[in-house]
Design a protein around this ligand. Sequence first.
Ligand code: PGA
Length: 239
Amino acid sequence: MSKLIIGNQKMYMNREDVISFVEMLKTVSCDDVIVCPSFPYLEYYKDVVKVGAQNVSTADNGAYTGEVSSSQLQSLNVPYCIVGHSERREYQKETDEEINQKINKLLEKNITPILCIGEKMEERQNKSTETVIKRELDADLKGLSTETVEKIIIAYEPIWAIGTGLTPTSEEIDDAMQFIKNYLKERLNVMNITVLYGGSVSEKNVDELNTIASIDGYLIGGASSKPDAFKYIIASQSK
Ligand code: PGA
């Protein structure tokens, strides 16, 4: 079955790169594709593909220099937004409490949050992957109803796999997908949830990843800023 492809273009691209990327997207079918560029480029993509932001403010409005609110995203008809990416958790010291607030702000404006969770290398090595996943899900989804959680997209991204070329084995990825789905089912009676895998997904490993049925889609960083790689990944869904 074809998978949802979400590109997290991080801070990789300038205007010229974006313009040629848009031209590439015009040549492929983007039904199940979402591109999350830097804020200034959201408008460039909107006519060819669904777009998402990479971050949102915890505040609604006011004197918050450099921030972008959920109502501003709504006013631009941005339907998706990444929250809780490990880079923001690390460099911006984002807490689970703030991530929970951001999810609530987005849901109030009918914007779908793409929530990133995942363990560090030492946590995988000492077998606490599941403990980390549970802790993040509990804290980030705190207070949300079953119905609301079903609207969220979860991206499982082991931190050690992001941008490193390393990936867990197919079995480890499948275990994590199943674990997240089962945990949300047991905990909140969530029957329907989209769970993505992210971390060094590329044109080189996507064919193998496509064979893992429990993966509903991918959150793709580096390869989503390379036109040929991203095009290959999109085309791999219709093989
Ligand atoms: P990567 O990034 O594909 O470059 O590993 C994934 C992500 O950070 O979402």
